[in-house]
Design a protein around this ligand. Structure first.
Ligand code: BDR
Ligand code: CA
Length: 316
């Protein structure tokens, strides 16, 4: 089976962890590199979390640290913010010693080199703020045009309101980078809150992870139980819990998991104010502006969670 080459840019994060497991355990993806961006937590923590996940799951992949702050704005997030705890992956004790080390090269260099040397076009998967991807596009626009097959990202929202209208964490944290990515002309698929809050796991999923009986399944069930508790405390209780970032991976493994999506123009305001970093989605198609984003609204939940279980079962 031909594998799709992908690079995953992430900020783990519990749902980034699910995205990584889904990708690394899949027969259909060739994960060329994992790059990190400051988002859920500072760079040092997200790199440590990424290496812990890889080590525990018995997976191998280059991990390259990237931007430790947004392109223009300051990184101001504190440890108490969000629903990932102080470490960014609260809810599981990883072994203290981890032999895996990050690359000495920066995310953008590593991504550019992979694109240059790849015969096939590569899919970029973004599950954190879009800083690294924005920098890559600005630094190597021709290379991206030639070698990037598309960008599949978790971010934004069309209708669903968690905190403020049109606002989601990844697009908000680095609004300028988001604007660069959304205006890049590259094919973009957006898995925002509209779909991620329709794709919730419940207790049966945690039980199925445990029942896999392997390390990865046990680690995931423990982390996701904690994530669910924190999510309900910090945000809302919907009777289940999202795994936002994994959605952006699932659609690359098997496009048929997406059951409803629509192309539209999405604008990213960056001026200071309540809409800075928001995704203003022209779902009525009235702006007359060229459609730049495929916005996903629904997925086949059963298939989606089956895919995660299959990948988790394929790892250590
Ligand atoms: C996004 O923000 C982070 O908390 C998650 O990892 C996800 O990427 C959801 O808004
Ligand atoms: Ca994330």
């Amino acid at each position: 089976m031909e594998k799709v080459p992908v690079i995953i840019d992430c900020d783990p994060g519990h749902d980034d962890m699910v995205a990584l497991v889904l990708a690394l355990g899949s027969q259909r993806l060739d994960v060329k590199a994992i790059t990190n961006v400051a988002g859920n937590k500072v760079m040092e923590k997200v790199v440590k979390n990424t290496l812990n996940i890889l080590n525990y799951c018995g997976a191998e992949c280059i991990v390259a640290p990237g931007a430790s702050r947004p392109i223009v704005r300051a990184y101001t997030r504190t440890d108490s913010e969000g629903c990932h705890g102080v470490s960014g992956l609260d809810g599981f004790d990883f072994p203290r010693d981890n032999p895996l080390k990050p690359s000495d090269r920066k995310a953008v260099e590593v991504m550019a080199e992979i694109l240059r040397s790849s015969k096939e076009k590569v899919v970029l998967i973004g599950t954190g703020p879009l800083t690294n991807l924005g920098l890559l596009i600005r630094t190597f626009p021709e290379l991206c045009e030639e070698k990037v097959r598309g960008i599949s990202l978790m971010g934004g929202t069309c209708h669903f309101i968690l905190t403020r209208p049109f606002m989601e964490f990844n697009t908000y944290l680095d609004a300028e980078a988001t604007k660069i990515v959304f205006e890049s002309g590259l094919p973009i698929t957006m898995y925002g809150y509209d779909v991620t809050y329709r794709t919730l796991f419940g207790q049966d999923f945690l039980d199925s992870l445990k029942a896999l009986g392997n390390r990865t399944g046990l680690m995931m069930s423990s982390l996701l139980q904690e994530f669910w508790n924190m999510h309900n405390r910090v945000w809302i209780d919907l009777g289940g819990c999202p795994v936002h970032d994994a959605c952006a991976v699932a659609g690359i493994i098997d496009p048929s998991v997406v059951t409803k999506s629509e192309r539209m123009y999405v604008e990213i305001p960056t001026e200071p104010g309540p809409l800075s970093g928001a995704t203003i989605c022209d779902y009525a198609h009235r702006s007359g502006k060229p459609e730049n984003v495929e916005v996903v609204f629904e997925m086949d939940n059963e298939k989606f969670f089956r895919m995660i279980l299959d990948s988790a079962g394929a790892l250590a």
